[in-house]
Design a protein around this ligand. Structure first.
Ligand code: ZN
Ligand code: ZN
Length: 138
């Protein structure tokens, strides 16, 4: 059963599958990181927007931060590993899932990993097609 979800950043209404409940990902409309509600839970846009993950900024210790710019090249898969946050107090950008990690390095490594997997998939398909061609032409 699909869930009705309203983006707290741009107000875009979307229907998402129940299996994505509670997950974080970029909004289809505005690209901001949004957290999908758990199935059956009422969505309060204000509460969603001020949700701070209970993580303090690793640089200044402030708990006031907002969704950071989403690294688009990480795609939807990246949202599983990264939750970009931007500190309201000092402007430091960090990952709420790993606040102590070097975020720039982390984004770079993840981009390599995800794009690497994508490339590997293409090579696998090419090899399979080549093999099929070879088998059917014999
Ligand atoms: Zn949005
Ligand atoms: Zn800070």
């Amino acid at each position: 059963m699909p869930i009705q979800f309203t983006c707290p950043h741009c107000g875009e209404r979307t229907e998402v599958s129940e299996q994505f409940a509670g997950q974080t990902g970029p909004c289809r409309q505005c690209g901001q990181t949004v957290t999908l509600p758990h199935f059956g839970a009422a969505v309060a846009p204000q509460a969603q927007a001020s949700h701070n993950y209970g993580v303090a900024c690793p640089r200044c210790g402030s708990r006031s931060h907002r969704s950071g710019p989403w690294p688009w090249y990480l795609g939807t898969i990246g949202a599983i590993f990264v939750s970009a946050r931007l500190c309201n107090a000092c402007g430091h950008e960090f990952d709420a899932r790993k606040p102590q990690a070097d975020f720039t390095k982390r984004k770079f490594n993840l981009a390599l990993l995800i794009n690497g997997f994508g490339g590997l998939g293409i090579v696998t398909v090419m090899v399979l097609l080549g093999w099929l061609f070879y088998v059917t032409m014999k």
